[in-house]
Write a protein that binds this ligand. Sequence first.
Ligand SMILES: Nc1ncnc2c1ncn2[C@@H]1O[C@H](COP(=O)(O)OP(=O)(O)O)[C@@H](O)[C@H]1O
Ligand SMILES: [Mg+2]
Ligand SMILES: [Zn+2]
Length: 556
Amino acid sequence: MSYLVLARKYRPVEFEDLVGQDSIVKTLQNAIKEDRLSHAYLFSGTRGVGKTSTARILARALNCAEGPTISPCNKCPSCNDILKGNSLDMIEIDGASNRRVEETQQIIENIRYAPARDRYKIYIIDEVHMLSNHAFNALLKTLEEPPPHVVFIMATTEYHKIPQTIRSRTQHFHFVNVAQSIIISNLKKICKEENIQISDRSLSLIAREAAGSVRDGQSLLDQVIAFSGSEISDRDVETVLGAVSSEILDKIIEAISSKDTSKLISLVGEVFDLGYDLILIIRYLIQRLRNLLILKVDSKDLKELVPLGSDEIEKLLEIGKKFELNQILLIFDLLVAAENQMKYSIYPRFILETTLIKSATSDTILDVDAFVEEMNKRPPNRTNNSGNSSHAETRIKSITPYKVMDEEETKEYTNTGKKTSSADELKNAILAAVAKERKSLESVIRASDRVSIEGDVLVIYRSHKSIKSLRDLLLKQNNNKKLIERACQSVLGEGASFRIDEYLPENLEREAKKSKDSTEAKKKQGIEELMNEPTVRNLVDTFQGEIVDYEKKPRD
Ligand SMILES: Nc1ncnc2c1ncn2[C@@H]1O[C@H](COP(=O)(O)OP(=O)(O)O)[C@@H](O)[C@H]1O
Ligand SMILES: [Mg+2]
Ligand SMILES: [Zn+2]
């Protein structure tokens, strides 16, 4: 069988063939219909999401003998030549290829000549950020005063490398990573066309691996077909992808939720026997929890951040009901830490086992608040310290695994000029502004280890273990960064911004100590005295907590 790779065979020919880029398609179609075309477009986005395909469709739309039209005929000489890749008036340059520098430069310098036959001379420049300096400058010059018959379509996977001078002269479209569900239906359609037997589960495994890239999904399908022919079993797919089946992952998560520790141990044994790389199990679990977390925080607004088909989302929502948000965060941290440990350990299996058991028992750690409340309701135990009334009247305010600063400390920390409102008020105002735009985002920020105002900067502290995922979420996704910045500025004034910092309890503690030695010493002494009480010590030991503060109640 002669086999044309799927990604080439199924390259979108019409705007309608493009999947997952609806708003771009719509905007371009409207521009064509209303004759509001730009002379320079910049397409950004990861590999395999449709940039080149869109550029070529747009080229035909512009140059079709019947055009400009949103549905090029694909029959006329202009369309045909572009489809075959030998049009004189559509020139493709690949910044990443080793095409000679002078050649590229020559092409760009020839831009001022009129098109040979078609309406426009169209330049598609792929990976434009990789052009040589010379070529880039030549391009910039033409962009400043583009000849009327020229249209540039530039594409890049690294938008941040495109200088402002170019950005400002182009119309920018960002191609999003394509949702897993959309990739699944794309693959499904192809399989039908190709007479390939494959289950939905296999398709979603492939789509998961594709991580937002339609092309990667199609290439993986190629690999699977090469391995198994036209009848593909789930096992084949798992083998080819080296993937951990989601069935096992869900069994593990299920066992964590039901605190079935012996089940967890046997599941670890099972995956071990199957020869899976255990670090992969952790990584997939992290991925799954991340999705769970997002759906838990906000299943409506943030759904698009979860690259899963709707049936998978339903399933996750169901699983999510069994966990508290805090618990997911804690398990997440445990898994991320375990992943790090595993890289250097000769006992990956033991690490996986203990991590899963810790995860399963994590809610006992988290119920501390409720427990403390319960303890406070009980009459003070006078038998042990009948002679020491001050201790008997002491109530425990909180016990936390992390040392969290109280409001006083936060204020002291704040070198803001804004003395009128307390740091906490400002912080709450900012969070309220965030919540107004995106409730889920506020919850994510609040779930951080500490949030404080330092000068005109909102600082979000997160422990080392999960700071990367928080950064990804807040800085890279969904315009979150802009949104938070706007909120900061609305409260703290122009120039205000936010920062994500690593939460290092020791450092914060040391800093805080410097500024308030005396009160601290007093408090410390009080805590030490408290720790002499067996009930308190017991409590602290049980939860491996730490007394952060205490409060004395007047005797009634
Ligand atoms: N949005 C999309 N819709 C349909 N197919 C796509 C899409 N994005 C990528 N593909 C598939 O992947 C292949 C490569 O896409 P391409 O447009 O070259 O991606 P990019 O230029 O963004 O890397 C296409 O031939 C097509 O099979
Ligand atoms: Mg491309
Ligand atoms: Zn045509």
